[in-house]
Design a protein around this ligand. Structure first.
Ligand SMILES: [Zn+2]
Length: 158
């Protein structure tokens, strides 16, 4: 585990150094090679369900909030009313990938709010029990994910 973490860190640093010199074409190519589509029969586990608020200023997601009323963004440091920030749901799923021949690969993937509402066909996705049981009941899914970040780009029922 520790070795893997170090490799990922190095990759991030390299990417930052190159960003300025990259032209649009090479960025698109690298994004494409980082995505993979697989078909799965079901979601094995839900690893995590969380609801977070999105910052009004920078749109980044804030997991923790300071008080009942106040929200301070960890990214831009702006402070705002908690009630005016949109809530969004994040789910971490565990699926089995059989696409690499005989070897079974366990994947831990993050699914963001927009894909959850699309998949469950409702905007009411704030109830943990509802969302998790609905996701686990789905069968035969196709998902496309970012292989570097392990985030789901698209997920749909076949
Ligand atoms: Zn912010």
């Amino acid at each position: 585990m520790k070795k893997k973490f170090l490799t990922q860190q190095r990759a991030v640093i390299t990417l930052n150094n190159e960003t300025e010199l990259n032209n649009v074409e090479s960025i698109e190519t690298s994004v494409q090679s980082q995505t993979k589509s697989i078909n799965i029969t079901k979601i094995e586990f839900i690893e995590e369900f969380s609801v977070s608020k999105a910052c009004l200023k920078c749109k980044k997601h804030i997991i923790q909030w300071n008080s009942q009323y106040l929200l301070k963004c960890d990214f831009c440091n702006y402070m705002m009313r908690q009630e005016s920030c949109k809530s969004s749901v994040l789910v971490k799923i565990v699926v089995m990938d059989f696409s690499e021949g005989m070897e079974m690969n366990e994947l831990h993937l993050t699914v963001f709010h927009n894909n959850i509402t699309k998949l469950l066909n409702t905007e009411e996705v704030y109830d943990e029990n509802f969302v998790c049981s609905s996701l686990l009941q789905l069968q035969n899914l196709q998902l496309t994910y970012n292989t570097k970040r392990n985030t789901v780009i698209d997920i749909q029922q076949l």
